[in-house]
Design a protein around this ligand. Sequence first.
Ligand SMILES: *Cc1c(COP(=O)(O)O)cnc(C)c1O
Length: 386
Amino acid sequence: MPKAKVGKRIHLSPPHMSGEEWKYISEAFQSNWVAPLGKNVDEFENEIAAYIGVKGAVAVSSGTAALHLALSLLHVKAGDTVFCSSLTFVASANPILYQGATPIFIDSEPETWNMSPQALEQALLEASREGKLPKAVIIVHIYGQSARMEELTAICSKYGVPIIEDAAESLGASYKGKMSGSFGEFAIFSFNGNKIITTSGGGMLVSNNVEALEKARFLATQAREPASHYQHKEMGYNYRLSNVLAGIGRGQMEVLEKRIQKKREIFAKYKQELSQLPEIRFMPELENTCSNRWLTVCLIEQNAIEKNRDHLLKVLTNENIEARPVWKPLHMQPLFSRNRFYPHVQDHVISEQLFLNGLCLPSGTSMTLEEQMRVINCIKNECSGI
Ligand SMILES: *Cc1c(COP(=O)(O)O)cnc(C)c1O
């Protein structure tokens, strides 16, 4: 039988320009203030800081660079340990390696899929007994859902360990009325192409510690001392964001609320159409929190006849629909095979279960209703047969 022609590709979360970006970009061009830094960078930083409700922000070339600077500001160095959520993208932990330090991974808990307070407590208890507390705890807000910040903050402050929030995926999400990224000593955002807003590539470091942010600016510009000749006492980096890309960011900020609303609508539609299927469960939203629903993610229950997550993934791929498994937990990655890991409950690793059954569905804000119905019908056809 000839295979029916498949439809146009539906991507997971492609960039979505608003058109507002042009005015800021052309301003930069007209004033020839393309690089370095400039007004767009300053304004983009101010807009993000005001939106999050923190005292300052530093625009950098990526979320990874922002995280690296945060670790550097907390004096993380060779021989140190840093705790990190296991269920995340590798960029959450790579900067720990850049500093020569050792990541220790913490499992998820079932309701937010983010860092388990009880696993963190256990890890900190053991670390303090061994006399070697971590220099920082990196808490990730996965897929736009805030972690249990109240519990996690209480535990970290009990041991006096600073928090860095990896809010790369959670711009615009809130927890008990406070914005994601306003809880930690530092927080980072990413404006990579797949994130809820994008500068094509870029990131932001935010904090209430303005002195530390000044230091971050210094480190991110090759640690150049104030002298007309080039004077250096410390090792620095070339991490600042260009004024042109910051212009894209300002244009994207104008539509951020719209994007969040759209992401939540996409989720609501999937849920409305698919939640009656017994084998599908959607990622929860913790009480008193608002997820930005960066990606709609669901769990596919395993069953006997091999129609599981991987089967559904294959079917969607054949229909030219981009879907993906949930992040492979970092403690399962070969890169980190020798690193310690603390499960939520002994012999019951939540993040591994989420990885095994979790499926990220196309969630691009430029996706049409027809396109989303194509995804939905494809899943319905498969699941009704289970
Ligand atoms: C995208 C992402 C990053 C890295 O951001 P880049 O801007 O791509 O460097 C870090 N952490 C998480 C959880 C991410 O999703």
